[in-house]
Design a protein around this ligand. Structure first.
Ligand SMILES: [Zn+2]
Length: 265
């Protein structure tokens, strides 16, 4: 699979993606908000966009659909239940469906939490290519999506338990926004002794570009506090903020409280 991660550099730091079949150069555009840039990049690469895929219905993900479709004749796909909120969807997707483009094949994951109708797309990899997860606004590098714009943290937790925590360490993570530096700062606010988070943040401060950095699930297990619910420092911080004993916390409550603290942080 050919992948282009395209930073939009708007106030929300959205990423959009072009994924192409290596043989046919037919491509899927994920959340192509900056339609002109998306079309320009595809043209420059010689890729022809056949599918526009929306991870969810928020405007910063669907706002570029119409012009991309007008220019390419692409089919629009989304979560089946997001079809009420996203105009002109051609195909509603459900968990386990396959999204095909040329010889490229992606698995559809139903991942509620940020919104109640959110999909991720999963590439299972080949002998020479690592798997990849296109996760919209569920999982971010070193953080997770908000749950107060139509979602719920308890539901997000269930999605992580059932679908993200079990993923293999070598799965590459391609999120819908670039919030990594701020998220690392939050991770360190919760877990100051996390050396992996410290050293990655130091690399960004020293000039490493977030736009060219791609994490993996294995890296997220080290730097993302939402993957580190059982760490003593994380737990004791939550217990303190709730005024309760650490023995009363479980993973679910820790996750939900972390999300609430992050909302106000
Ligand atoms: Zn969103």
């Amino acid at each position: 699979m050919l992948i282009r991660q395209i930073p939009i550099r708007n106030s929300l730091s959205n990423y959009m993606y072009l994924l192409a079949c290596e043989e046919t150069l037919e491509a899927i555009a994920i959340d192509p908000l900056d339609h002109a840039l998306c079309l320009r990049v595809a043209k420059g690469l010689g890729w022809s966009i056949k599918v526009v895929a929306n991870t969810h219905h928020h405007h910063d993900h669907i706002g570029g659909n119409d012009p991309v479709i007008a220019a390419t004749g692409a089919q629009l796909v989304s979560h089946l239940e997001a079809m009420q909120s996203i105009p002109n969807v051609n195909r509603g997707l459900q968990a386990g469906d396959t999204l095909q483009c040329g010889k490229l094949s992606l698995k559809v994951m139903d991942t509620p939490g940020h919104t109640l109708s959110h999909i991720c797309l999963f590439f299972s990899g080949t002998e020479t290519e690592k798997p990849a997860l296109f996760c919209g606004d569920t999982l971010f590098n070193a953080g997770i999506g908000r749950c107060d714009l139509g979602g719920a943290p308890e539901i997000m937790y269930q999605t992580f338990v059932e679908q993200f925590y079990p993923l293999a360490d070598d799965v590459r993570v391609f999120p819908g926004h670039d919030y990594i530096e701020n998220n690392l700062q939050f991770a360190l606010d919760r877990e100051p002794d996390n050396q992996s988070a410290q050293s990655l943040l130091a690399q960004f401060k020293a000039g490493l570009s977030a736009e060219s950095y791609v994490s993996t699930i294995g890296v997220e297990r080290e730097i993302n506090v939402f993957f580190r619910l059982d760490q003593a420092q994380v737990r004791s911080g939550i217990a303190e903020s709730l005024g309760t004993d650490v023995s009363r916390l479980d993973d679910r409550l820790t996750f939900v409280c972390l999300r609430r603290i992050r909302d106000k942080w």
